[in-house]
Design a protein around this ligand. Structure first.
Ligand SMILES: Cc1ncc(COP(=O)(O)O)c(C=O)c1O
Length: 337
């Protein structure tokens, strides 16, 4: 696999660390837990979008774009990281924010990712939730082009075959880390939303015949729909790479039992995961993605899905900036004396 064939803007801090979580492993009494620190990729604190945007923004630059437009939920990490890339590369950035939760909370609407969007110079607009925000921004980009602007549209989550290349590369990176240290791993677990992370990873793992099962913990769509989305994108990504058919339908496994009341609405198990990771390992998760992913991971360990003696890698996809938009989800009144 020759990823250097594709344009890429090298701005990520790679490779990200692969660390053993001793205290969490002891607490849960199951498999040996490792974490792949993609929350440390850099670009406005880091997260999984950095890897995707390296490829997407290079394509934008190559096409002569002076502006990028993208979309996401109010507390979108993807939007914040796109704004950061645009700032670094001297482009304008416009973000269409989809109000998926209806929250009126002041911090949710102004702090966390939103604060950073604006600090990086992006302009934002909010719209009521709707069926196809990717089509909406494509239409807006067409209109801007008709007005003479050079615009590059990036789909929500940076999830298209170009963005997914970033996670093909992450699969290579993980394998090179474990092969280099003689460390056999048995499973990889990640949160899955707009599908690019899981799709890219599975293409990379399958193309290298890694024989490591990958589990996506869904944050929005039901299992069947999530798996279809990931599989569809994995097939297109494999085609782009010149290895069509490398991913089979049964390679794509998602579990959407931890979504709770809906996208962006914190769950008890997610809040428990945030506290466990923070108190035991000094690692910050976010309530929307990585905490729901970790909640599924923890629950499956408790249920014996991963066995003692196995080694499991949790891919930390970032997002802790959103904590500052979700402070109302926590009650720490008992910590004061
Ligand atoms: C912190 C975080 N984790 C996980 C995801 C899900 O990744 P993907 O959209 O590639 O499925 C996202 C997507 O926005 C995210 O922001």
């Amino acid at each position: 696999m020759h990823l250097a064939r594709f344009p890429r803007r090298f701005l990520a801090h790679l490779p990200t660390p692969l660390e053993r979580l001793d205290r969490l492993t002891k607490e849960l009494g199951g498999p040996e837990i490792w974490i792949k620190r993609d929350d440390c990729t850099g670009m406005s604190t880091g997260g999984n979008k950095t890897r995707k945007l390296e490829f997407l923004m290079a394509e934008a630059e190559l096409q002569g774009a002076e502006m990028v437009i993208t979309q996401g939920a109010t507390q979108s990490n993807h939007a914040r990281q796109t704004a950061a890339f645009a700032a670094k590369m001297g482009m304008q950035c416009h973000i269409v924010l989809e109000d998926r939760t209806g929250s009126n909370n002041a911090n949710y609407n102004n702090n966390g990712n939103i604060l950073l969007d604006h600090l990086h110079g992006a302009t934002t607009e909010k719209r009521a939730t709707g069926p196809d925000f990717n089509a909406l921004i494509e239409d807006m980009a067409d209109q801007m082009r008709a007005d003479g602007k050079k615009v590059y549209a990036i789909p929500g989550g940076g999830s298209n075959p170009t963005g997914a290349l970033g996670y093909v590369n992450c699969a290579f990176e993980i394998l090179s880390q474990v092969n280099g240290s003689g460390m056999k791993i048995d499973h990889i677990v990640t949160a899955t939303g707009s599908a690019g992370t899981q799709a890219g990873l599975i293409v990379g793992l399958k193309a290298m015949n890694a024989q490591i099962p990958l589990l996506g913990i869904g944050v929005r769509a039901p299992k069947a729909k999530q798996e279809e989305n990931v599989f569809g994108l994995a097939c297109k990504t494999a085609e782009k790479l010149g290895c069509p058919g490398v991913v089979e339908r049964h390679d794509v496994v998602a579990n959407s039992d931890y979504v709770g009341d809906g996208y962006g609405i914190p769950t008890e198990s997610g809040l428990e995961a945030i506290k466990m990771f923070a108190e035991l390992e000094a690692i910050l998760l976010d309530p929307v993605y990585s905490a729901k992913g970790a909640a599924g991971f923890i629950d499956l360990i408790r249920k014996g899905h991963f066995k003692k003696g196995e080694r499991v890698v949790f891919l930390h996809t970032g997002g802790s900036v959103a904590l500052f938009g979700y402070d109302a989800a926590f009650d720490f009144s008992d910590r004061w004396s």
